[in-house]
Design a protein around this ligand. Structure first.
Ligand code: PLP
Length: 394
């Protein structure tokens, strides 16, 4: 029965990563990774964990001091009415949280509404649980938010859950309080679950605040809230995510998935996470402010660098520019792919040494768009845009 995995796609991001390895002096705007170093608090905690020989098996769902800190964080920062640390699990990054949530909740054939465009593992994880992703459109002219009436019209008797990702990768769209009011009412009325992917909770711009749907009255019970330390503390390689589940049956299943896939998340990493949460938190705002400045640099320079071929409004959150390619543009390269977003991606790699991700990799509605990560350092962003301008001038 392993054949179904043949239809689970790899993300094009992997193909691009491979292509980028053959590029001399590349501009890596393809990767969703921040350029900052880990905070000193994390490094010290990791080093101490090694010195203290914290290298043995630990509790399946996470070490108690970390679970306690995560409960406190989700209660105070996200407003989740968490009963206790038994409702929380440490995961091998946010991607593992998503896999666990899908396996724990979904039956084969269940339908799950997902945003289009969406982060590619969203589709893969649902398929890996033998369930069926059903896209709901996000609209650029609505700030990459859905039309709630349209979303409601896609619900069928087989729908089990709705995925939301706010702020969103790749679009940078952020759901409003009214969107979440409407969604909470809808899922309550139709007795559905929400997978709430809040990986970018700390990256909102222009005075916006992050809202967790699990903090709405009655919603924690029907939401699997998923978080990661990867982006917030610039520790993508340590693989530290977490989730919270109220329902004891679903939670028990989730715990089995954690056990079967990791036994426990790296002990050393978990002590590093304790350091992250106990250390000074101003680092989060420092990172956010710098990322906001990089966003502004990118969008200020893009019109000239792309000769007007790429356009888009400043994103409200996350750290990606999801820009529209002029529909009239065609690639000057021989044997260019039919997909315009792939053609532009290849053009920028070959002619400008710039990595980006084709919009179509995030869903059908992403065709004609390109995603650039602006969490790279200023020099890399500016170098990429100069190189882009030269490529379009040549
Ligand atoms: N969710 C979204 C939308 C993401 O973009 C990412 C990473 O890019 C994640 C979750 C998970 O990140 P990680 O597995 O690195 O913690």
């Amino acid at each position: 029965m392993a054949q179904f995995l043949d239809s689970v796609p790899f993300s094009g991001i992997i193909r691009i990563r491979d292509m980028m390895y053959s590029v001399d002096r590349p501009f890596r705007l393809d990767q969703g990774d921040v350029s900052f170093d880990a905070p000193a608090s994390v490094k010290a905690a990791l080093q101490k964990a090694i010195t203290d020989n914290r290298t043995h098996y630990v509790q399946t769902t996470g070490i108690p001091p970390l679970l306690d800190l995560l409960v406190e964080k989700m209660r105070t920062k996200n407003g989740l009415p968490i009963g206790g640390s038994d409702e929380v699990m440490v995961t091998n990054g946010g991607i593992h949280a998503q896999y666990i949530a899908c396996l724990a909740l979904l039956e084969p054939g269940d339908q799950v509404l997902i945003p289009d465009p969406a982060w590619p593992p969203t589709v893969s994880n649902i398929l890996a649980a033998q369930a069926v992703p059903v896209p709901y459109p996000l609209y650029e002219n609505r700030g990459w938010r859905p039309d709630m009436a349209e979303l409601a019209s896609l619900i069928t008797p087989k729908t089990k859950a709705i995925v939301i990702n706010t702020p969103c990768n790749p679009t940078g769209g952020v759901f409003t309080r009214e969107d979440l009011d409407a969604l909470a009412a809808l899922v309550t009325e139709r007795n559905l679950w929400v997978f709430s992917d809040e990986a970018y909770e700390d990256f909102l711009f222009d005075g916006r605040e992050h809202l967790s749907i699990a903090s709405w009255p009655g919603m924690y019970e029907r939401t699997i809230a998923m978080y990661t330390l990867s982006k917030t503390y610039a520790i993508t390689g340590l693989r530290l995510g977490y989730l919270a589940i109220k329902d004891p049956v679903i939670r028990d299943r989730a715990k089995k998935v954690v056990f079967c896939t990791t036994a426990n998340v790296s002990s050393i990493g978990q002590y590093g996470a304790v350091g992250a949460l106990e250390g000074p938190q101003d680092v989060i705002e420092e990172f956010r402010r710098e990322i906001a400045a990089r966003r502004d640099i990118f969008y200020e320079k893009l019109p000239k660098a792309s000769k007007g071929l790429m356009t888009g409004a400043h994103p409200a959150g996350a750290f990606y520019a999801f820009v529209k390619i002029d529909p009239a543009w065609t690639s000057p390269l021989p044997n260019a792919p039919e997909s315009q977003s792939w053609a532009m991606t290849e053009f920028l790699i070959k002619r400008a040494r710039i990595g980006s991700v084709p919009g179509v990799d995030f869903g059908a509605r992403g065709e004609g768009y390109l995603r650039f990560c602006f969490a790279r350092d200023r020099k890399e962003i500016e170098g990429a845009l100069e190189s882009m301008e030269a490529a379009f001038t040549a």
